[in-house]
Write a protein that binds this ligand. Sequence first.
Ligand SMILES: *[C@@H]1O[C@H](CO)[C@@H](O)[C@H](O)[C@H]1NC(C)=O
Ligand SMILES: *[C@@H]1O[C@H](CO)[C@@H](O)[C@H](O)[C@H]1NC(C)=O
Ligand SMILES: *[C@@H]1O[C@H](CO)[C@@H](O)[C@H](O)[C@H]1NC(C)=O
Ligand SMILES: *[C@@H]1O[C@H](CO)[C@@H](O)[C@H](O)[C@H]1NC(C)=O
Ligand SMILES: *[C@@H]1O[C@H](CO)[C@@H](O)[C@H](O)[C@H]1NC(C)=O
Length: 228
Amino acid sequence: MARVSDPALLLVAGLAISLLMHQLGAVKFDLKNQCGYTVWPAGLPGLGGQQLDQNMTWTVAVPAGTQAGRFWARTGCSFDASGGGTCKTGDCGGQLNCTVSGAVPATLAEYTQSDQDYYDVSLVDGFNVPLSINPTNSNCTAPACKADVNAMCPDQFKVDGGCKSACNVFQTDQYCCTGAFADNCPATNYSMIFKNQCPQAYSYPKDDNSSTFTCPSGSSDYSIVFCP
Ligand SMILES: *[C@@H]1O[C@H](CO)[C@@H](O)[C@H](O)[C@H]1NC(C)=O
Ligand SMILES: *[C@@H]1O[C@H](CO)[C@@H](O)[C@H](O)[C@H]1NC(C)=O
Ligand SMILES: *[C@@H]1O[C@H](CO)[C@@H](O)[C@H](O)[C@H]1NC(C)=O
Ligand SMILES: *[C@@H]1O[C@H](CO)[C@@H](O)[C@H](O)[C@H]1NC(C)=O
Ligand SMILES: *[C@@H]1O[C@H](CO)[C@@H](O)[C@H](O)[C@H]1NC(C)=O
């Protein structure tokens, strides 16, 4: 009788599960914690959140066609047995199992599945933890923000465990690309600080050209690595 630890059998089982998920119209995301500390990742819409110890992976299935999805890591959390508590960064209304976005600052991994898969790393809501997005399709780019942006954070943007963005701090049209800046929103001296640290990540809301990546629909699963 074949042992369940047989590598060939596991590979076949793995391929079968992956194939089945694509047939059901789901895209698999593996969230891996390579930080030297526990993080509490969360996913919207509808994926909740959980504790992820060092070197552990949280696998979720995202229904095909999901728009405006996001993952982020929370840090410094403490929850009680019923899942209520707080986090130092990325807190989602005091719940372990997130149903709303996290507090700024938090590095985001964003995705939208439409004619293609669109994905990006975003510092528009600031930075807390370095991360990368890695498509299993090797033809597709794997953007990352690996730098410790906190180390280069302007003093007035610094918070415990993170670095807010200029839009977070000043809330003006120029930095948030709203109002008179909605259609024409150039980079600023502040956004350049983030861009210099992480050239592949959104450094302000209209930083699309150098920050959005695509992969053919249904051709890839993804892993998101915290502290790649
Ligand atoms: C967390 O929330 C998700 C959806 O928001 C739900 O499907 C899941 O059952 C919840 N998990 C727990 C442990 O409450
Ligand atoms: C996590 O993995 C790294 C690299 O393999 C290893 O050095 C480290 O000890 C591991 N940490 C824990 C808590 O297992
Ligand atoms: C990668 O691109 C090559 C050349 O365009 C193509 O033949 C191959 O099928 C692609 N691989 C995947 C996994 O899509
Ligand atoms: C950015 O520009 C603003 C307005 O011109 C100025 O007040 C601020 O000191 C500059 N900040 C940096 C980090 O260069
Ligand atoms: C982004 O790229 C588009 C098309 O290549 C171009 O028209 C547009 O001016 C660019 N925007 C910025 C802000 O560089």
